[in-house]
Ligand binder design. Structure first.
Ligand code: GLU
Length: 318
């Protein structure tokens, strides 16, 4: 099988320098292996989806010089490429996991859970206590669980993988998060389920994404294995932060590709800067993404976050 990479943004905000850098790395890795590149639209979180944003994101990354062989705009053999149109695939995965005894319904609210489990110091949320798992489930329970969240029974064993940027990672999912939600009580599919099911269905063999998703990977590997799949390779690209060292947010409008473009910055200047920040160029000199393909290697990419200057447009126009 030839290699297949993907970029899978949620259409909730404009592509900023950090997103573009991750997309560039994903694209370069796929192209340097002669592989296909897939755009998947992760539009499951309906309340957060911004109308027209998917088209804007595609236009901005095309402006930068990226292209894709399959996606919501161009179609392809694994269509549909928008997660909002893939419910039937997720339903089928749930049925298989339920048949394998890996799921159970949970009707507890966030408040109920806080009352039974106390978070360890510093943790955002306590792991779901295994003591809350039901001992027995009636046959056909899944069809009668419309008012419940569906949780995945995690294994109490360490998950290990070698990330192409972050190196060897080992995590105990049971201690970190416990049995996690695959379908929410309000009926929304969880990211963890959709991403795994789609990467398997679309035969993705390399997942490149921001380092903020590193902590989801062990969970996803348990889910992939429960579905009888083989985990892809992973590469978690360090984040770009603003001049105050903060994660980029809607407030950093000046750091979006759209605003750089509107400020008169050339796409080659942006691509060169991003490649320099990744360690692929010695200086931030203008280039096209295609020029970078021959020299791409994951070993060159560092693990540190990258601090963006306040006036990136000014710096890149010079
Ligand atoms: N949709 C996710 C995001 O935009 C990325 C998911 C992934 O690459 O696994 O952050």
């Amino acid at each position: 099988m030839s290699s297949r990479g993907r970029y899978a943004p949620s259409p909730t905000g404009m592509i900023h320098a950090g997103n573009a850098r991750t997309a560039l790395a994903a694209w370069l890795s796929a192209r340097s292996r002669g592989g296909a590149f897939v755009w998947r639209l992760e539009d499951l979180d309906e309340p957060r989806v911004v109308p027209g944003m998917a088209e804007a994101q595609m236009a901005d990354l095309a402006w930068l010089g990226l292209d894709w062989d399959e996606g919501p705009d161009v179609g392809g053999p694994f269509a549909p490429y928008a997660q909002s149109q893939r419910s039937a695939v997720y339903e089928e995965a749930l049925r298989r996991l339920a048949a394998a005894g890996r799921l159970f319904p949970c009707r507890l609210s966030r408040k109920d859970l806080q009352a039974v489990a106390s978070a360890p110091h510093g943790a955002e949320e306590a792991p779901y206590p295994a003591s809350l798992r039901p001992c027995e489930l009636a046959p056909g329970w899944l069809a009668e669980s419309r008012d419940a969240a569906i949780r995945f029974r995690v294994d109490a064993r360490p998950v290990s993988f070698v990330d192409r940027v972050q190196g060897q990672i080992t995590e105990r999912v049971d201690l970190a998060v416990g049995d996690f939600v695959l379908k929410r009580r309000d009926g929304l599919w969880a990211y963890q389920l959709a991403v795994v099911v789609d990467d398997l269905a679309m035969e993705i063999d390399e997942v490149v994404r921001g380092a903020d998703l590193l902590a989801s990977t062990a969970r996803q590997i348990q889910l992939i294995e429960a579905l009888g799949g083989t985990p892809p390779a992973y590469a978690h690209v360090p984040l770009m932060v603003n001049a105050r060292g903060e994660k980029l947010s809607k407030r950093d409008q000046g750091l979006t590709l759209r605003s750089l473009r509107e400020a008169g910055v050339a796409p080659e200047a942006v691509a060169g800067y991003l490649a320099f920040s990744l360690g692929l160029l010695d200086r931030p000199e203008p280039c096209r993404p295609a020029d970078l393909v021959p020299a791409f290697a994951w070993e060159r990419i560092g693990r540190a976050d990258w601090v963006l200057p306040e006036d990136l447009a000014g710096e890149l126009r010079r």
